[in-house]
Design a protein around this ligand. Structure first.
Ligand code: 5GP
Ligand code: ZN
Length: 114
């Protein structure tokens, strides 16, 4: 956990552009955006990915979705639409093993982009 890049961002040891932060989650701009709007919604608790979600920690998914809704509203993409994606494991292309959702919008996404 100490070396996890998102834990470092949460502890402000690595700078990031923050769109929303509360007790449970942080929403930051992706460093390598794949769309005009590319936000990462990250729980502050270090959970590897959604396969580690269970009865005890599952409420965090509500907090993540509430944060995604708020950021999508604030960035003006709610009406036209957006994608909310989470990669689970190596074959899915997960590179940071701290749960996060990609909020992608600001363009038409006919094909899979991430
Ligand atoms: P994954 O491939 O694990 O689903 O997504 C990880 C995402 O984290 C990638 O889109 C990557 O650009 C982003 N990322 C990796 N390191 C950093 C960083 O230090 N700062 C920010 N803001 N994003 C990062
Ligand atoms: Zn972490």
């Amino acid at each position: 956990m100490g070396e996890c890049v998102f834990c470092k961002i949460i502890r402000k040891e690595i700078p990031s552009t923050i769109y929303l932060e509360n007790e449970k989650v942080i929403a930051i701009k992706d460093i390598n955006p794949a769309a005009p709007v590319h936000v990462l919604i990250i729980p502050k608790e270090h959970i590897e990915n959604v396969k580690d979600i269970n009865e005890n920690n599952g409420e965090i998914l509500v907090d993540i979705h509430l944060a995604a809704n708020k950021v999508a509203d604030e960035l003006g993409i709610s009406q036209k639409g957006y994608r909310l994606i989470t990669n689970v494991g190596k074959d899915a292309g997960q590179t940071v093993f701290h749960l996060h959702y990609h909020l992608l919008g600001g363009m038409e996404m006919g094909e899979k982009i991430i």
